[in-house]
Design a protein around this ligand. Structure first.
Ligand code: URA
Length: 433
């Protein structure tokens, strides 16, 4: 395989064979194809797309680019959830222990924050001493013994995605449906699951903001996932405003604790229950979706979901004292409000800007070596459709210093559009495939 011929073929919109894809990706992982040639090919894919056959071949070669986790000896149905990424999306923190509390086996491998969008690993790492970088053996042991583990991608798992993703991030090739499919499905299949619930976000805080793109992604993820023997349910959910109120790692953990105890924002509770219910149905624990929802509501009410969260934190080395007493956590240096400059109805919230503002406060990384400040972030106090008076609270900003507070305050106020006329609240769910 001559790399330039391979790149040329895609540039001209032609279809690769599975062997060609295997050779090119294989050579890239070994270091025989340089980043600049991979970047050129990624851009060609970005514009020309891939056929289903090519996408399946891509997932296959990425999946086998390193080690995989074999959980075939664990008899129970193994199920996970993956979100395509959003702002304030802390669903995994609640969903994994909740699903486990009703009997689901959940081996979950998550990612870090990326651009404006938060990452489950960074949220979990805001819990003092919580170990997300579980060696493969320990990950398997936790799944075997407790049916629940939340970890990060080790160096050996799907190295093709690690290299390609880092390159996509800096070459503006993240928003490609076949590349997203390759990236998500290779990682998820590698963790040894039988079923996957996909939360495909749509709106201004999602990677794919256009509805028809989210729809295409949902269908494609489902089709390709099924080709690998996975049971897949893909739900398109709204990301035109942050989910819940909290945006920022520790703030999101605290909000997740609230939901696990039966409180917290209604939208976050509803989306979490909905996605978890599909996991319960898929696992065969409850056949009927509505009954699964009731089961989950009762499980939260009984305190069992929160107990499972505590168990998971403890088994992964985290400080449960901090979970039981979140008020003891280190606070941001400046915690001040952003007040509305006018009366009216919240019409729009630019979630991308909210995510980027949280990032610039220190909740994410601009560069790989940046150190995250877990205590910073933003609490969004009004949802689209809600009424607000001039001078009323729109958000609370948890900032590391006065300057960054002032900058964040302006950005947050600019991101929230107020209208004089009534605005309808947004739906939480669109289509399910
Ligand atoms: N999440 C992933 O893991 N990969 C993508 O390509 C996009 C979102």
């Amino acid at each position: 395989m001559i790399p330039t011929d391979f790149i040329e073929k895609k540039k001209m919109g032609n279809e690769h064979t599975a062997d060609e894809i295997k050779d090119f990706i294989g050579a890239y992982v070994k270091g025989d194809v340089p980043d600049y040639q991979m970047a050129a090919w990624l851009m060609a894919v970005n514009f020309q797309g891939m056929t289903d056959r090519e996408t399946i071949a891509l997932v296959d070669v990425m999946l086998h680019s390193g080690e995989t986790i074999d959980l075939s000896h664990v008899e129970a149905f193994k199920v996970d959830k993956h979100s395509t990424g959003g702002v304030g999306d802390k669903v995994s923190l609640i969903l994994a222990p909740l699903a486990n509390a009703v009997g689901c086996v959940v081996p979950m491998i998550s990612g870090r924050s990326l651009g404006h969008s938060g990452g489950t690993l960074d949220k979990l790492e805001s819990i003092p001493n919580f170990n997300v970088m579980l060696p493969k053996k320990e990950f398997i042991r936790l799944v075997e013994e407790y049916g629940l583990a939340m970890g990060g991608q080790t160096k050996e798992l799907v190295p093709a995605d690690r290299k390609m993703y880092a390159l996509r991030d800096v070459t503006s090739t993240v928003k490609s449906i076949p590349l997203i499919c390759g990236s998500i499905l290779s990682k998820k299949i590698a963790e040894g699951i039988d079923g996957l619930v996909l939360d495909v976000k749509t709106g201004n805080g999602a990677f794919l903001s256009e509805y028809n793109q989210s729809q295409r992604l949902a269908k494609q993820l489902k089709n390709v996932g099924q080709q690998f023997g996975l049971k897949v349910k893909a739900v398109i959910t709204d990301m035109n405003q942050p989910l819940g109120k909290a945006v920022g790692n520790w703030l999101e953990v605290v909000e997740s604790i609230d939901v696990l105890k039966g409180g917290g924002p209604a939208d976050l509770m509803e989306v979490t229950l909905h996605l978890t219910a599909w996991m319960v149905v898929m696992s065969g624990i409850e056949k009927n979706f509505d009954k699964a929802l009731r089961l989950l509501e009762n499980t939260i009410r009984s305190g069992k979901a929160f107990e499972k969260f505590l168990m998971m934190v403890e088994k992964q080395g985290g400080d449960i004292n901090m979970i039981q007493h979140p008020e003891k956590y280190k606070q941001a240096a400046v915690i001040k409000p952003a007040l509305s400059g006018q009366s009216g109805y919240v019409k729009e919230i630019d979630s991308y800007t909210i995510g980027m503002t949280a990032l610039s406060l220190g909740s994410g990384r601009k560069n790989l070596q940046d150190v995250i400040k877990p205590e910073v972030g933003i609490m969004i106090e009004k949802k689209i459709g809600e009424h607000v008076e001039k001078g009323e609270l729109l958000a609370v900003i948890h900032a590391p210093d006065t300057n960054s507070f002032e900058q964040a305050r302006k950005q947050v106020l600019d991101a929230i559009v107020i209208s004089d006329t009534r605005v309808s609240p947004l739906p939480l769910f669109y289509e399910t495939f």
